[in-house]
Design a protein around this ligand. Structure first.
Ligand code: NAD
Ligand code: IPM
Ligand code: MN
Length: 381
C-alpha cells in the first residue's frame, strides 16, 4: 500500500466544522482503497495557535507542512484576533503560502451540480453554462510589498502598501494558467485581468502575460480586461469570461469571492495553492508528477455562523478532491468525491428534496450534508 501524509489545519470559526466532513471523506477513501493509505495529521494553525503558542504558524506546524505530501486547511481568523491585533491569524496563512512557495492559486467557480442552478441568485439563463477557473497569483503583489503602518516611520500620519511584481513572477503564473487552459479539451481561452490604465505593475503584468502566452502557448486565445468592468461582467454576463481568469493577488482574492455568487454560495468553492503547474499527465501514467500543495475552501472562518453546525462543507470537500488530484495523483478518487457531491446536491437523487445548508436557503446541517456525501461515496467505491 502506498502511504501518504496529509497535514490537516482545521483553524478557526467554521474551519473545524467543514474540515471534519472533508476528513471523513478522506478516511472513507483510505479505508476502501486496496492500494493507498492516507494518514491525516492535525496541527494547530491560525487563531487557535496564537492562543496556545503566541504565534499563528508555530515552527512545528510549518515543519509538518514542509514534510507532508499535501495540506488540507479549513479557515483561520475571527474577531478575537481582529485587524487591530498585533499578531493575527492571517499573517500565519501568508507566511505558510510564502514559505512553501505556493504562487499559484486555482479557484474553479463551476457548478458542483446542475441542480444548484435553482439556488443561484443569478437567473438560470445567465448562470447556466458558466465555466470559469480563476488562476490567482498568490505570493506577490500588494500582499507582500513593502508596507508601513500608521504611526511608524518618519511620516507618522501616513500608512502605505506597495504593489510590486517582477517579470519572472508574472511569467511563472502565466505558465500555470496556460497549462490549466490546455488541460481542457478544447483548450480554454485566457482572460487576463489588470488595471493597466492606472498601475505600473499592471502594465508589466499585461506585457509579460501577452509575451509569455504568444511565445509559449500561441494556440490559446487571450484577451485583457480592466478589473472594474470584469467585476461587472462576472455577475452580469459571466459566460463572457468562460475560461481561465488570470490575475494578480488582490484582484484574484476579490474576483474569486465574487465568482462564488454564480453557483450560489461562497461555501461551495474549493481552491488549490500550488508551487507550480499541476501535472497535465493522467494520474495513472508514469509521467504524472505530484505538486506540493495547500488545499482550502476560498471562504473564511464565517464568525457569524461559527459553532452552529450549519456551515456548507462542500468547498472543503471539493478541496480534498483537488488535493487527491494534484498532490497525490489519485484522479479516480478525486472524481469519486466530485461525483458524490454532485449526486448529493442533485434533486433527482434525493427525490426532489433540495439538500441545502442555510447559505443556499436550506435547513440541512453541515453533518447531514456530509453524511449524504459519505454515504454516496461509500457506495461508489
Ligand atoms: P467569510 O468568508 O468568513 O464569510 C463571509 C460570509 O460568507 C459570511 O456571511 C459567512 O457566514 C458566509 N460563509 C462563508 N463560508 C461559508 C460556508 N462554508 N457556509 C456558509 N456560509 C459561509 O469572510 P469574513 O466574514 O469577511 O471574514 C471572517 C474571517 O475569516 C476574517 O478573519 C478573515 O480574515 C478570515 N478569512 C480567512 C480565509 C482563509 O482562512 N483562507 C479566507 C477569507 C477570510
Ligand atoms: C483567501 C483569504 C486570505 C487572502 C486572507 C485570509 C489572508 O481571503 O484565502 O482568499 O486574502 O488571500
Ligand atoms: Mn479571500
Amino acid at each position: 500500500k502506498k502511504s501518504f501524509r496529509v497535514v490537516v489545519l482545521p483553524g478557526d470559526g467554521i474551519g473545524p466544522e467543514v474540515v471534519g466532513e472533508a476528513v471523513r471523506v478522506l478516511e472513507v477513501i483510505s479505508a476502501a482503497s486496496q492500494d493507498v493509505e492516507i494518514k491525516l495529521e492535525p496541527h494547530d494553525f491560525g487563531g487557535c495557535a496564537i492562543d496556545s503558542t503566541g504565534e499563528p504558524l508555530p515552527p512545528s506546524t510549518l515543519k509538518a507542512c514542509q514534510e507532508a505530501d499535501a495540506i488540507l486547511m479549513g479557515s483561520i481568523g475571527g474577531p478575537k484576533w481582529g485587524v487591530n491585533s498585533k499578531v493575527r491569524p492571517e499573517q500565519g496563512l501568508l507566511a505558510l503560502r510564502k514559505a512553501l512557495g505556493l504562487y499559484a492559486n486555482i479557484r474553479p467557480a463551476n457548478f458542483a451540480s446542475d441542480s444548484l442552478l435553482a439556488n443561484s441568485p443569478l437567473k438560470p439563463s445567465v448562470a447556466e453554462g458558466v465555466n470559469i477557473i480563476v488562476v490567482r497569483e498568490l505570493i506577490g503583489g500588494v500582499y507582500f510589498g513593502a508596507r508601513q503602518e500608521l504611526g511608524a516611520g518618519t511620516d507618522a500620519d501616513t500608512a502605505w502598501d506597495t504593489m510590486i511584481y517582477s517579470v519572472p513572477e508574472v511569467q511563472r503564473i502565466t505558465r500555470v494558467a496556460g497549462q490549466i487552459a490546455l488541460q481542457a479539451n478544447p483548450p480554454l481561452p485566457i482572460h487576463s485581468i489588470d488595471k493597466a490604465n492606472v498601475l505600473a505593475s499592471s502594465r508589466l503584468w499585461r506585457k509579460v502575460v501577452t509575451e509569455t502566452l504568444q511565445a509559449e502557448y500561441p494556440q490559446l486565445a487571450l484577451d485583457h480586461h480592466f478589473v472594474d468592468s470584469a467585476s461587472m461582467f462576472i455577475v452580469a454576463s459571466p459566460k463572457k469570461l468562460n475560461g481561465v481568469i488570470l490575475t494578480e493577488n488582490l484582484f484574484g482574492d476579490i474576483l474569486s469571492d465574487e465568482s462564488s455568487v454564480i453557483p450560489g454560495s461562497l461555501g461551495l468553492l474549493p481552491s488549490a495553492s500550488l508551487a507550480g503547474a499541476p501535472s497535465v499527465a493522467d494520474a495513472t501514467s508514469p509521467d504524472f508528477k505530484p505538486t506540493a500543495g495547500l488545499y482550502e475552501p476560498i471562504h473564511g472562518s464565517a464568525p457569524d455562523i461559527a459553532g452552529r453546525g450549519i456551515a456548507n462543507p462542500v468547498g472543503t470537500i471539493l478541496s480534498a478532491a483537488m488535493l487527491l488530484r494534484y498532490s497525490l495523483g489519485l484522479e479516480k478518487y478525486a472524481q469519486a468525491i466530485e461525483g458524490a457531491v454532485r449526486k448529493a446536491l442533485d434533486t433527482k437523487t434525493t427525490g426532489g428534496f433540495e439538500l441545502r445548508t442555510a447559505d443556499l436557503g436550506g435547513s440541512v446541517s453541515t453533518k447531514e450534508l456530509g453524511d449524504k456525501i459519505v454515504e454516496i461515496l461509500k457506495s461508489s467505491l
